[in-house]
Design a protein around this ligand. Structure first.
Ligand SMILES: O=c1[nH]cnc2c1ncn2[C@H]1C[C@H](O)[C@@H](CO)O1
Length: 362
């Protein structure tokens, strides 16, 4: 995918709200850690590993989710590796011109203790989901010091693991003043919440405890999943949401409510969420309607992309202008899950760098 080359599509400070930490690991890190831990990978070189992990053609969400099986066992259950991926994440985002990012991950998928079932066929160890959050926090904090980009975490519940979800909301509560800003629900959207009440209970607790909420919905699944996210799980933002357009009543209502949509253009094609012809992309409608949305990479390792490739795609195929890039980043800052004071500071930073003296215009 990665277009890159030449001048970035939007060479100004950016905000990214939808990116999976475990979908943004450098291939070199995977190969290095595997060597150090004596883990045999299915291939030997970095190039072969890249070829195995990257999605080259549009496929399905299930095929895409299968890509994590190739490397998660290398990072999970290793303190040094978990901290390292967090630190390197900040470095990458700083290079991309991101001044604030919300990175998401499932603490359970990186743990090797206190998680049932143990993921990735690991041997039991001593890293709990709570330890994972602490390690990621350490990596982000050290990264912020070194690279000046601020990163906060969103903790993911996984659709197929409803018995983990109460743990996830408790971790969000425990770390709310220390790096964690929200809860999410990720994974296979065909598993709805009626059949998996664990998620509903966790999101009810999130509402009760004022933990911010975003939900993957309408990425490959129908508008009804978006409706469930908003009405049952009380989502404040929607991850992807392309298929919301199939229910015009819902779409109009969400437009009116100024719902934020976390859009991931490159991802949307490769997961089979949207038609591969970018000129027919739902994002064009969201833009025309001046909706509240952000642009995001989602899983840059697997999509072989950078934030700039997402910006390039919308510039090339959807006529995005510098004005629209500014507008959507301001909307992203307004819709981020930081405490109000920090949000205001972030907005100030954007207004200043965008030369918006009177702070209005959109
Ligand atoms: O685009 C996505 N849709 C649904 N689930 C996803 C997507 N990207 C990553 N995930 C899953 C796989 C990861 O292991 C998990 C937590 O980041 O979230």
């Amino acid at each position: 995918m990665a277009e890159e080359k030449g001048k970035p599509a939007f060479d100004k400070p950016k905000i990214e709200l939808h990116v999976h930490l475990d979908g943004a690991i450098q291939i070199k890190t995977i190969v290095d850690v595997a060597k150090r831990r004596g883990i045999t990978l299915p291939v030997i070189s970095e190039d072969e590993m890249r070829d195995l992990v990257i999605m080259h053609e549009p496929a399905t969400l299930t095929e895409f989710l299968g890509k994590f099986d190739h490397y998660m066992h290398v990072i999970a259950g290793d303190r040094e590796a978990i901290k390292r991926i967090a630190y390197e994440f900040v470095e990458t985002k700083a290079k991309e011109g991101v001044i604030y990012a919300e990175a998401r991950y499932s603490p359970h998928l990186l743990a090797n203790k206190g998680v049932d079932p143990l993921p990735w066929d690991q041997k039991p160890g001593d890293i709990t989901p709570d330890d994972v959050v602490d390690l990621v926090n350490q990596g982000f904090k050290e990264g912020e010091k070194a690279f000046k980009t601020k990163v906060r975490s969103i903790l993911c519940c996984m659709r197929h693991m409803p018995n983990w979800s109460m743990d996830v909301v408790e971790l969000c509560k425990k770390y709310r003043k220390d790096g964690v800003v929200a809860i999410d629900l990720a994974g296979d959207e065909s598993l709805n919440c009626e059949s998996y009440p664990g998620h509903k209970r966790a999101f009810e607790e999130a509402v009760r405890s004022e933990v911010h909420r975003t939900v993957h919905a309408g990425e490959v699944g129908p508008a009804s999943v978006v409706k469930e996210a908003v009405e049952v799980l009380k989502a404040e933002r929607i991850g992807h949401g392309y298929h919301t357009l199939e229910d015009q009543t819902l779409y109009k209502r969400l437009l009116q409510q100024n719902m934020h949509f976390e859009m991931c253009p490159v991802s949307s094609i490769l997961t089979g969420g949207c038609d591969p012809d970018f000129t027919k992309h739902p994002l064009i409608t969201f833009k025309k309607d001046k909706a509240n949305y952000s642009l995001n990479t989602d899983d840059p390792t697997i999509f072989n992309s950078t934030l700039n490739s997402d910006y390039q795609v919308v510039q090339k195929y959807m006529d995005f202008t510098e004005e629209e890039f500014k507008r959507l980043n301001i909307n992203a800052a307004k819709s981020c899950f930081l405490p109000e004071k920090e949000k205001d500071q972030l907005l100030e930073q954007l207004y200043e760098s965008y030369g918006m003296v009177n702070r209005t215009g959109f």
